[in-house]
Each structure stands twice: as C-alpha cells, then as structure tokens.
Design a protein around this ligand. Structure first.
Ligand SMILES: *[C@@H]1O[C@H](CO)[C@@H](O)[C@H](O)[C@H]1NC(C)=O
Ligand SMILES: *[C@@H]1O[C@H](CO)[C@@H](O)[C@H](O)[C@H]1NC(C)=O
Length: 729
C-alpha cells in the first residue's frame, strides 16, 4: 500500500515539488528517491529494470512486483556515509530552504529557533531538538506552507567566558581581551554545531542565522531593554541576590542548581532579652529570658538585625530543668526542643505572639548591639523554634522584613565570599562558608550562647557552572519587576497552545516563583547595560536618548565599542543636552553586562511565531524569559504554541554524563566510533530515532534504539527502493 501511494504522488508533482513532497518526510534518503536529479543514486549500484512511466494501467504493476536487482538493500560503513553525503550534494539540500521560501504559498509557518548555547560540541540533545524541529518544518512545508525558520546561537555569558579563559583566569586581561577570546571560542563552537546540524539534514539557510553577539541583534535587544525601562519595569536596586563567590558575580534563579545533599552546620543559639515586651513584663519571674533561634547559616549571625515571630501563634517561656535557663520558644515547638536538648522543659508562662511586640534582645557576639522582636508572616513552625533569626542583607525574606521596618541592610560579605571589615576584626577576611562559620560558632560558644550544633542535610543553591555553593548577599543590581508582569504573562499564556498540556501548570508555577529577575552581571562577555553613572552621586543616567544612541553605535560597530570608544562618543553633547544632564566629565560608563537569558529572551521579532519547540528545561528558561519581555513590550506572548519535549537519556534511563560514561555522541552515531559496538549508522538512523520516539517523555538512546531504527529503515528501504529506482531510470 505504502508503495503505491508514493508512486502516485511522484507522478503528479513537478520535479521540485516531488522533492519537497518527499523532502517533507523523515529521512534524508527518502528525498533522493523522488528526484530525477538524483539518478546518481543508482549509478553503478544496480541494474533494475526500467519501469513504464507515464499514465496508464501499467504504472502500478512494477511497483508491486519486486524486480531482480543488484542494488544493495543495506549499505554499511563508509559506503553508507558516502551515499548520504552524495544525496545531500546531488539533491541540493542546501537550497531546499530558499526554494520553498520562493515558492508561492498562501500561509507562512514560523518556527522560531531557540538558540543553542555556543559553548561546546554538538550533543545528542541538540540532535533530538533540531531534528524534531526539522520534521515539523518539513511537515508544514508538505502542507503547502512557506516555512520561516532561522537558526540562532546564544553566544554570550559566563560559561563561555570561563571556558575561553581556561587556565588563564581573568588575571591581567582587559575586558576587550577577554571578549576577543570569548568570541573566538564561541565562533569555534558555532562552526562545529552548524556543521553537525547540516549533516543531520536540517533544512535552513545556513548563511542567514542569528547570533546574539551580532551588533544588529544587540541593538534590537537594547531597544527591548529601553522600552521596558521607560515603562518602569527595569530598575536599579540594592538588595540581596544569589551571589557566586566562585564566579564573582550575581546569579539568576535559572543559573542555580539545588544540591539536595548539601550539609550545613545548623545551630541553636540564644539572644538574651534586654527589654521584655511591655505586655508581659507583669509576669513574675521572667528576669533573664533568652530567645532561642535556629539557623543553618551561622555566618549570618553577625548580620542579625531582628528576630521575627508569628503574631497569631502561641509562645512560651520555658525553664530548662537541667540548668534553670529560661528560653522563649513557640509553644508548639517545646516538645521538639526538649527532645533536642535532652532535658525537660517546664512551661513558665504562655502568651500570643503579638504580645511580644516591643521586646528587644542583645546581640550575642556584638555587645553594643540590640535587635528588636518583630512580627512577620514568613515565620514557620515546621522547623526551628518559631522565632526566626533575621539578617536582612543575607536572606530574601529577611530583606522584606527590613524594608517594612527600615532595618539596616549592611552587607558583611565581599565578592569573594569573605567577611568584610564590617564583620569585625575577628572575622575580617575569613571565608564565610568555611573558616568564617567555624569562627562564628566558636564565638557563640565563648559567650555561652551556643545551645546546640547539628548537621543539617538540605537542598542548597549551587552555581550551575562552578558547582560551588552560592551565598545570598546584597549588591547594587539591575532588576526586571517580574511580579508586575506576572498577571499579564499568565493571561497571555492562556491563549497559547501548550503541548503537552500538562506543561502549562509548570509554566504558570515558574511565573509565580519569580518575583524579580536580576539582569546585571559583573562580567565582560555580554551586552553592556547602556547606563552611565554620575561620578559623585552615583546616580544612573539612562533614557531613550542615551540608549538609542548607544544602540545605533552597537548596530554599526558591535558592542565592543562600549569599551573602545571614548565616553564623549558614547555620550555626545547632543544626547546630554536632550537628557538635561551635566557635562560629560561628570559621568562614567557602567561595567555590568546583561544576563544571557535577557539576550535570548529578546529574540522574538515583530510577528508572533507559530511555534517554539524546546526541551523541558526551557520552562523556567527561554520560554519564560521570552514571554516576559514580549508581554512587557507588546502585551502578547511571542508564540502561538509551545512544544515541550523531554531529554535524551541513556538506555538505562539515566541522565547522560561523562562520569557515568554513558554519553552518546551524535557524531559517533553517524560516522561510527573506534569501538566495534559503535558502527556508522548514518544520519537517517538518528532522524528515525527522533521520529519514532515519544518525545514528550525522556527519550532513550543507545545501541538497542539505534539498531532497531536501522532495521526499521532497512524494511522501508526494501519496499521503496526498487520501484523508486525504476522510476528514476
Ligand atoms: C498590650 O496591652 C495593652 C494594655 O493592656 C493592650 O491595649 C494592647 O492591646 C496589648 N497589646 C498586645 C499586642 O497584646
Ligand atoms: C584583611 O586583608 C586585607 C587585605 O589583604 C589586609 O589589609 C587586612 O589587614 C586583613 N585584615 C585582617 C584582620 O586580617
């Protein structure tokens, strides 16, 4: 049946049409059989009988009876590879995209390519993604659509910068030198990836790709930035962010990896009550009460500014029966505390949280410092004592308490993750996660405040790149106010078709999780944030005049000019005048670059794409960053539909990793490896593997999947080849 249908099709379509008809299929090989330009396919390979061509009854006969032929049913090894390449050449695969662009079509189908990251060699995850996109594009082409598909690359960012610098580190290199090395590195990765994508038969015009390091791209990105800034959606603020001491930069949520096995030295420690809350002073015998707190980050104790309670919970003053100490804890935590301390606790007095108002504690390690008891709604009874140590500079919730009560947000940790001078001479220069923690714990011990230390295994954020733990520290950064975009983004998402539908809830949940998006990075390899600062006041100078001037320069010269040009060119008199700003000598240029998620997130163009097709890791990544910027600027989603696919995993279902030794290299799949267990399968096998997989779950790849794909192709080949060859001759 299959055979007959295909023969009919090739009868009724013009030459290129037939090619596209077949080119729309899954396989490279199938393309060749239908094109008369491809008679090279059979030359010297076989001597099949010519079939009757043209119309009439005879046309089906030969397609059903398999003629005798010397044509090999299976090609293996180098012959197979040569044949595939020959087909790609002879059939002008490279021209297919532009051919269909020129073809008359009523409708366009736009699949906007999520740019792969230009930091390494092509891997099997790329193959899954690119081939899946290609199958979709060819399918749409078959339906008579004009396909719009422009491959892109995400070219900036810290991982590239670090790889490019390698052993050099940043020592002694200027931003321009770093950028030069990073650019060369990215260009190398792009060239290798592009060659692979072409070899996989992906239909595109490879001379017309987009790159996030192109001046024109950067200029368009600044336009998005400017529009968001003028709408008040981008602002500068000093607040706690995830900070990676190992990379010396702020990180966004998307750049964190949570390590569920992280071990912290959690402590219980006391803060003596210096002033009892007015409403409980009347109670007798409460002379020397201490507030008991718990923290997994003892190094933040020197930055404590308050202790928070839950206003409508019950609290008790309890007496330790082993040493008569009076402790203040949440009533429902007393049993846990007794077990933890290994002593009985006698309840002396109980009251509601709101009665704690007005209480003031002494800081255990800083004699002159007093900290208030404050109400807060993030206090939980699930862990700890029901009284929460609050260090506004080094915790997100702590910071919101500080905003509400105007507490100091002084930072005690520097860029390298070491205590600053502000932490005091005993701690200055110690690394907070290591010796700093040791030292704080011993200081608490010395002053008699340490009640208990325990190992705490919990999920803790790590830098995705260096695999080192991060800390929370405040710094001056640029942010996007995602909280105010959230509702619009959710609304826009309701109109988007999501495949599979189950991914929609994850997309919505991700939008809820992120209240702001830190977009500044203290690195060199990126698009500079187009801002100038006043030398004296530090005030930022940024408006539509300054940004459009800088964007124009980027368009002409690329963003290197931010470092190359004198400030008088970046900020000329005319622009200063329009900005009503002082002389240029008052200003210095900013040194931060934009988060790469903002780079790629601004890749949408004026029209809306029919589809975005990416792996599920983009739910919190590109799908989201693109949605947020698009909703911010033009109040609609950048895509009409989303296709979310799973990851490629090993045949045991494991994530591929070098340490497990289960990485499948697409180049080895195609061209074969040194090992006899890794024969050359050719690109068709890779395509077949994608085509027959359920891409909405994890997609397994390994010898079984590849052998079975090859066998399936051979079966199709058996049916197809002779008849098709006949037609060609
Ligand atoms: C504290 O006591 C005063 C006087 O008895 C009362 O008016 C006030 O509501 C109490 N405050 C709290 C927080 O319980
Ligand atoms: C900390 O390091 C700085 C710079 O290396 C040094 O000047 C200072 O004396 C050090 N402080 C302490 C307390 O070790």
């Amino acid at each position: 049946m299959l055979l007959c249908r295909i023969s009919l099709v090739s009868q009724t379509l013009p030459r290129w049409g037939r090619r596209s008809q077949r080119g729309g299929g899954l396989l490279l090989r199938a393309v060749s059989f239908s094109s008369s330009r491809c008679h090279g396919v059979s030359s010297g390979e076989g001597s099949a009988q010519p079939a009757e061509s043209g119309s009439g009854q005879g046309q089906y006969r030969d397609t059903v009876l398999l003629p005798k032929t010397d044509f090999p049913m299976k090609l293996t090894g180098q012959k197979l590879l040569d044949k595939e390449l020959e087909i790609q050449q002879d059939c002008k695969f490279a021209d297919l995209y532009s051919w269909q662009r020129e073809r008359k079509a009523k409708k366009e189908f736009c699949l906007h390519d999520g740019p792969p990251y230009a930091n390494g060699d092509p891997h099997v995850g790329h193959a899954l993604n690119k081939i899946l996109k290609d199958i979709r594009n060819r399918f749409e082409m078959l339906r008579g659509r004009q396909v719009h598909y422009v491959p892109g690359w995400d070219c900036h960012g810290l991982p590239i910068e670090l790889k490019a610098l390698g052993e050099l580190g940043t020592s002694g290199l200027s931003p321009l030198q770093i950028r030069q090395k990073a650019r060369e590195f990215a260009e190398g990765a792009i060239a290798r990836q592009m060659a692979a994508f072409q070899r996989w038969g992906v239909m595109a015009d490879w001379d017309q790709c987009y790159y996030t390091f192109d001046g024109a791209y950067e200029a368009a990105q600044l336009k998005v930035f400017q529009e968001m800034h003028s709408k008040g959606l981008i602002y500068q603020d000093y607040k706690p962010v995830f900070w990676s001491p190992s990379s010396r930069t702020a990180l966004a949520e998307a750049e964190l990896e949570y390590n569920a096995e992280h071990v912290s030295r959690a402590i219980y420690t006391t803060f003596p009550l210096a002033t009892l809350p007015p409403n409980i002073t009347k109670e007798a015998g409460l002379d020397s009460v201490s507030v008991l707190v718990w923290t997994t980050q003892p190094w933040t104790i020197p930055a404590n500014q308050a202790i928070c309670y839950m206003p409508n919970a019950q609290y008790s003053v309890v007496k330790r029966l082993d040493n008569s100490e009076l402790l203040l804890v949440a009533t429902e935590r007393t049993a846990n505390m007794a077990a933890l301390l290994g002593t009985e606790l006698e309840v002396v007095s109980t009251f509601t949280g709101s009665q704690l108002e007005g209480g003031i504690c002494k800081h255990p390690t800083i004699p002159s410092k007093e900290v208030p008891l404050l109400p807060a709604n993030h206090v939980t009874m699930a862990k700890g004592t029901g009284l929460v140590h609050t260090a506004p500079a080094h915790g997100m919730e702590d910071y919101s308490v500080a905003s509400q009560f105007k507490l100091s947000v002084d930072c005690i940790v520097n860029e390298d993750g070491k205590f600053t001078e502000l932490a005091g001479p005993e701690l200055h220069n110690l690394s907070v996660m290591n010796e700093g923690t040791d030292r704080v714990i011993s200081m608490l011990k010395e002053c008699g405040s340490l009640v208990k230390e325990e190992r705490c295994v919990h999920s803790y954020p790590y830098d995705w790149r260096t695999k080192q733990p991060v800390v929370i520290r405040p710094s001056k950064q640029w942010f996007i106010n995602t909280a105010s975009l959230k509702d619009k983004a959710k609304e826009a998402l309701q109109k988007v078709r999501v495949l599979p539908e189950s991914a929609r809830s994850s997309l919505l949940a991700m939008l809820d999780r992120r209240t702001y998006w830190c977009i500044s990075r203290q690195r060199s390899w990126g698009v500079p944030i187009p801002v100038f600062y006043h030398r004296e006041t530090g005030e930022a100078l940024i408006n539509k005049h300054t940004v459009s001037h800088v964007a124009q320069l980027f368009k002409e010269k690329g963003s290197d000019c931010w470092w190359e040009l004198p400030i008088e060119t970046l900020l000329p008199a005319a622009v200063l005048k329009k900005s009503k700003a002082g002389p240029v000598g008052d200003y210095i240029r900013g040194e931060d670059v934009l988060d790469i998620w903002f780079d790629s997130g601004a890749s949408w163009s004026d029209s809306r794409a029919d589809a975005y097709v990416e792996g599920k890791d983009q739910i919190g990544g590109w799908f989201q960053s693109s949605l947020l910027t698009s909703v911010a600027v033009r109040n609609k989603a950048p895509y009409k539909s989303l296709v979310v696919h799973g990851f490629a995993v090993s045949e045991k279902g494991e994530k591929m990793s070098k340490s497990l030794g289960n990485v499948v290299d697409p180049d080895v799949v195609i061209n074969g490896g040194k090992d006899p267990s890794t024969p050359a399968f050719g690109a068709d096998v890779l395509r077949w593997w994608v085509a027959e997989s359920n891409v909405f779950s994890e997609v397994q790849i390994g010898p079984n999947a590849l052998n079975s794909a090859r066998d399936s192709i051979s079966k199709v080949g058996l049916r197809l080849l002779p008849a098709e060859l006949n037609r060609i001759e």
